[in-house]
Design a binder for this molecule. Structure first.
Ligand code: 5RP
Length: 218
């Protein structure tokens, strides 16, 4: 299977993880887009969706799926999203699409995080993919200096502003052996809105697209 076919296969498999009559948390990116297309086929069975980005909200609405404000949601049984890297412990790097802050908020609310990726995303150690960090614009230089002290090489994502009006620093050169510790350390730097490590709240389940079909990892 090609990478794209693997993404479509895991998106289809994720439909098994939604409950009838519930609101679904929906991620951002090409794999999440395939999931939205699958969700459209069963839209009469769900009450609506919470979107993790403006792009996802638009795609959901284009399929006639109601987008609900997270503030009006008491219970979110499941959040379904892709990742840029994921380990066998289901720790992730996310934010390649720049939607990390809303993704982290929606996944924090969700009772279950189902990650859907093709096999290229599975790694033993996080960090080969540059770690995205959303930063308040006036703190950009300060945060970059702090990241250098942690051993990373920050690069400003050119021409990109997040849905929240902030900038992204993509941090190269990190070998993240303890993602929970690194996520917490980055959370302490003033000016960082969100870092793209999803380790303190990891995925609960990974649906991995492989040449042999969809594999499930817990
Ligand atoms: C967006 C994300 C995506 O989940 C991540 O970039 C994976 O994208 P794709 O499914 O296109 O490979 O975190 O902010």
């Amino acid at each position: 299977m090609t990478q794209d076919e693997q993404k479509r296969a895991v998106a289809a498999a994720a439909i098994e993880h939604i409950s009838i009559g519930s609101i679904i948390g929906v991620g951002t990116g090409s794999t999440a887009n395939y999931f939205i297309d699958e969700l459209a086929k069963v839209k009469h069975k769900i009450d609506g969706a919470v979107a993790s980005s403006d792009a996802t909200a638009k795609r959901l609405q284009s399929h006639g799926i109601e987008v609900i404000d997270l503030n009006n949601v008491d219970d979110l049984p499941v959040y379904i999203d892709g990742a840029d890297e994921i380990t066998p412990h289901l720790h992730m790097i996310k934010g390649g699409g720049g939607a990390l802050t809303r993704e982290k908020i929606v996944s924090a609310v969700a009772r279950k995080f189902v990650c859907i990726t093709d096999q290229s995303k599975l790694v033993d150690v996080l960090g080969n993919f540059p770690l995205p960090i959303e930063v308040i614009p006036m703190a950009r230089s300060y945060v970059a200096r702090e990241i250098l002290l942690l051993g990373g090489q920050p690069a400003l994502r050119q021409g990109f502003i997040t849905d929240n009006g902030n900038v992204i620093l993509d941090v190269h050169g990190l070998q993240i052996l303890n993602p929970v510790e690194m996520e917490s350390a980055l959370n302490q730097i003033t000016g960082i809105v969100t870092n793209g490590l999803f380790a303190r709240r990891a995925a609960d389940l990974l649906l991995l697209g492989t040449d042999e079909g969809v594999k499930t990892m817990h």
